[in-house]
Ligand binder design. Structure first.
Ligand SMILES: Cc1cc2nc3c(=O)[nH]c(=O)nc-3n(C[C@H](O)[C@H](O)[C@H](O)COP(=O)(O)O)c2cc1C
Length: 272
């Protein structure tokens, strides 16, 4: 049920809602926007009709336009966003204290607004919030890798994980960087682009977390460890079996402060 409602006193019949609908679900045949019952099932719930209405006359799914954030003059400047993108760093030193649960929830709630293919929106954000669980996962992961390494059974190309165990024995947490949290984003494998959807969400999370004073690091080592060396530990995290694991990201309150952007440059552009 789309529950499309038009406030005819506010609607200026501009037709933007119908023109912007990617599936041509709406029409203004009767003067005001309406959904043809046969077209209804084509709707991908993207809310473009709702977002584009200049007068807030259109409601769908029971949403009130008044509850949305107005966009006029509210977006960050390109300069601000560029500084965020260039100033974001992979953080590998963290404070011991965890991030408040409510802050994690707020970040994820925003990140869940990111694009997904065909507006699939089936992402699952698995967050290790509990510090005792994180400690157990750290320990069990290293012990699991140790066992596999001792049996000479590390997957081809991942033999270097034996060194990660040695580092852990020396008190150096190369795998989790002592971060208090791990975020794993997954999505049902039968979606049209599950991996890409997850990576986009994590990219959004990284930037929003940085803007919120938190640190993050894409955790490829952890992903390899949990998906390929000790998958039995991943199974304990209640991620549905039919999910593709997009990626993993460690995060927390940084114990490090960066004072300037890096100067990478050198983008390779293939201008045609
Ligand atoms: C897909 C991906 C996987 C990564 N995996 C790890 C990792 O396992 N451990 C780590 O310390 N850094 C990891 N990084 C961070 C990169 O090393 C880092 O982005 C790069 O050195 C540039 O530094 P910067 O992020 O501070 O700009 C990863 C980054 C990406 C994009």
């Amino acid at each position: 049920m789309l529950n499309l409602r038009i406030d005819e006193e506010k609607c200026i019949q501009c037709g933007e809602c119908a023109d912007d609908c990617p599936r041509n679900v709406l029409s203004l045949d009767a003067g005001y926007p309406a959904v043809h019952p046969e077209e209804e099932k084509k709707c991908i719930a993207c809310q473009h009709c709702f977002a584009i209405c200049p007068t807030g006359a259109l409601s769908i799914f029971g949403l009130d336009p008044e509850d949305s954030s107005p966009l006029n003059d509210a977006l960050p400047s390109p300069q601000q966003l560029a500084t965020l993108m260039k100033g974001r760093r992979s953080v590998r030193r963290y404070l011991e204290e965890p991030v408040e649960t409510s802050i994690i929830a707020e970040l994820i709630e925003v990140v869940a607004n990111g694009p997904t293919a065909v507006n699939n929106r089936q992402l699952l954000f698995t967050v290790i919030e509990s510090q005792s669980t994180m400690t157990t996962l750290r320990k069990d992961t290293i012990e699991g890798i140790r066992k596999v390494a001792e049996q000479d059974s590390l997957p081809e190309g991942l033999e270097f994980f034996a060194g990660i165990v040695d580092a852990a024995d020396d008190g150096n947490d190369v795998l989790f960087r002592n971060a208090p949290h791990l975020l794993i984003v997954s999505s049902p494998a039968d979606g049209s682009s599950p991996e890409q959807d997850c990576l986009i969400a994590l990219s959004y999370f990284e930037l929003l977390a940085t803007a919120s004073g938190l640190g993050t690091v894409w955790n490829g080592l952890c992903r390899w460890a949990l998906t390929r060396i000790v998958p039995e530990l991943l199974e304990q995290l209640n991620i549905p079996e039919n999910h593709t694991i997009g990626y993993m990201m460690s995060f927390g309150k940084p114990a490090v402060k960066y004072h300037r952007t890096v100067q990478r440059g050198g983008a390779r552009i293939n201008s045609i």
